[in-house]
Design a protein around this ligand. Structure first.
Ligand code: PMP
Length: 344
């Protein structure tokens, strides 16, 4: 009887195989063809489902995890949500140390998936005992039978994308992809995807998106960590104040930086023009693509794939709040008036 029911056994079976969606209006004035790999279609609404599942299942295969084990991680929110989801279904406990920069919605969401959450100050250095890195390390040491996912320094992060995101894009484009534009945080998404794609065709150009206030672009260019590059910024999940071991800088051809303000407006524009409810870093990757187009990067036959990492619903109190946008100074007076008129 059961075999007549067409259901998956649990949501973990829905991870990956996300759609590639052609961009139309937003890329109207750009040269080339543009496609978004929409990672919000994962059950946890972000690309991080892929790494949570892969890392936890690798630990199971190696016999590291046993029933009732605890999984500890640092996270800007998305990885935490995915780990909490996978842990809950598989019967593990989940402890998360998150940055105070994460939106309140994200923190509540982690708790709703059963995770225990520690909120740590965003603007302290990585080796400060209050930083989310150090707090996670300490929690791991203090919790018997725990594993630390350590996404910034875990090779398996990259491997998850090498094994899934890369092959999916290759297949969905029938090997006709010419450029990949993707955000870099841990670097797992861009490095793993790029490694696979470049093995199929080394001519594919891979461009990483970085934030002003992050060290990644400068490090890629000079091989040195320049601490002058570090200052606070708004976008969550993009850029870094340290050099992540999970990034293969050799698999990335170049980086481009985007501002908080333009990325926020561009995310809102994606939602309004394409009907894809875009997270903040989707705005960043689209904004970067516009800048690359303005530099003459693409030709009319270019097939450019943009990775859209997560879903707009996570930013209702941020980029989709006119009040928040105004508080950041991101709305000029005319656009505020316009919005108010529409609301009346
Ligand atoms: N966008 C968002 C919203 C994220 O949470 C992350 C993860 N930090 C990224 C982009 C970057 O992905 P990755 O860590 O694989 O570089």
């Amino acid at each position: 009887m059961g075999d007549k029911i067409n259901a998956c056994n649990n949501v973990l079976e829905l991870i990956g195989n996300t759609p590639l969606v052609k961009l139309n209006k937003i890329s109207e004035n750009l040269t080339g063809n543009f496609y978004a790999k929409v990672e919000a279609f994962n059950p946890g609404h972000s690309a991080k489902d892929r790494i949570a599942l892969h890392i936890i299942e690798e630990a199971e295969r190696k016999g590291i995890l046993t029933e009732g084990s605890t999984i500890v991680e640092t996270t800007s929110g998305n990885t935490g949500f995915s780990i909490a989801m996978v842990s809950m279904i598989k019967g593990y406990d989940c402890i998360l140390a998150v940055s105070s920069k994460s939106s309140p919605d994200k923190i509540d969401m982690l708790r709703s998936m059963g995770a225990k959450v520690y909120v740590c100050p965003a603007h302290v250095s990585a080796d400060d005992p209050r930083s989310y890195y150090q707090v996670a390390k300490r929690l791991h040491e203090e919790t018997k039978g725990s594993i630390y996912i350590n996404q910034y320094f875990n090779e398996l992060n990259m491997e998850a994308h090498y094994k899934t995101t890369g092959p999916e894009i290759w297949e969905q484009t029938n090997g006709n992809i010419t450029h990949l534009v993707a955000c870099s945080g841990t670097g797992g998404t861009i490095s793993g995807t790029s490694r696979f794609l470049k093995e199929q065709n080394p001519d594919i150009e891979v461009i990483g998106v970085d934030a002003f206030g992050s060290v990644l672009k400068k490090y890629h260019e000079t091989g040195e960590l320049d601490t002058d590059e570090i200052y606070p910024y708004r976008i969550e999940g993009l850029g870094k104040n340290l050099i992540p071991g999970a990034t293969d800088f050799g698999a990335i051809d170049g980086f481009i930086k985007v501002t908080d303000e333009e990325s926020a407006h561009t995310a809102r524009e994606i939602s309004k023009t394409e009907g894809i409810f875009a997270g903040y870093t989707c705005g960043a990757v689209m904004q970067a693509t516009k800048q690359l187009d303005a530099e003459g990067k693409f030709g009319k036959d270019s097939n450019v794939v943009l990775i859209f990492p997560d879903h707009g619903s996570r930013y209702m109190s941020k980029i989709y709040s006119d009040q928040w946008m105004e508080d950041q100074g991101f709305l000029n007076n005319s656009s505020v008036e316009e919005t108010q008129q529409i609301q009346v």
